[in-house]
Design a protein around this ligand. Sequence first.
Ligand SMILES: *Cc1c(COP(=O)(O)O)cnc(C)c1O
Length: 344
Amino acid sequence: MGILSRYGRFFPISPGSPRLDLGEGNTPLVRLGRLEELLEVQLWAKVEGANPTGSFKDRGMVLAVSKAMEEGARGVICASTGNTSASAAAYASAGGLSCSVLLPSGKVAKGKVAQALIYGAKVVAVKGSFDDALKLVREMAPQLGLKVVNSVNPMRLKGQMSGAFEICDQLKDSPDWLAIPVGNAGNITAYWAGFMRYLREGLIRKVPAMVGFQAEGASPMVSGTFVDSPNTVATAIRIGKPVNASKARWAVKISGGFFEAVSDREILEAQMRLARCGIFAEPASCAPLAGLFKLKSQGRLPKGIKVVMVLTGNGLKDLETPLGMAGDLLEVEADQDAIREVLG
Ligand SMILES: *Cc1c(COP(=O)(O)O)cnc(C)c1O
């Protein structure tokens, strides 16, 4: 059962509204015991790669596309670093709408492009950045009669609040910190709004500090200035002009959180650490763990606090980056001795 059924009362939908459902949400909250020892905190991972298209984008997309159907749109359009397009394409197909996608050429993980194509989207690679693609989408959508389903669409952030609801329901409490990667800064804003909603309903007693992590080569929220040519292996957060920057800044400030940047090397190390705990998350998703280790080494990670990291996307979407770090496979004859030799 998807989030529109489970959390419908928190969303602007009426009994007669179209409700798409691919079983999104209800993702695992996994305790990471071995990393807890190293970091001296209580640590959980919210595994958003377990969503239908392999990223948290499904939480917002199910609502955005359902509302587009209710409004009578014939199709949706988005700019994407990859996961938005995969999700938009899946939900548009489920709802019988067309889906058009503008991607920054050469900057999107292959698995995500494959998803968008297989789910049936029209995919256009634009020779420019994500920010250029989004500008074009926003300018052209009205002429084309298509609904924009980027996180400028308020339904996206409303649906994404469900991640915060689930964490509180699963922990039966709110954490002290929510550690989350930041690209367009929509998800961090949505989580904060979700926690605020639960606070107002009396379901939790405090809102966690929102701690946002960016890649050094794409860290406008940390530096305070937009970046013209963002660059990082974490393609999902390769964004120089976050559309939700001001809302996110507000959420982080009043929750008592902060933004921090991590290097690509730290991100890839964190990806390996997570993999060794049995969780394969894409590079962008590993920025928070990289950040926790960085803060720990600088004496800035308070001991004993409860931290939930949002692992935003599934590692299988982007195989090229991590395979460079993993060991090679061993090929031998179909022979016991040969196998015994390589297995040691
Ligand atoms: C979209 C995305 C992000 C960034 O989320 P924003 O809402 O743009 O800040 C992070 N990680 C993954 C895997 C994503 O797909």
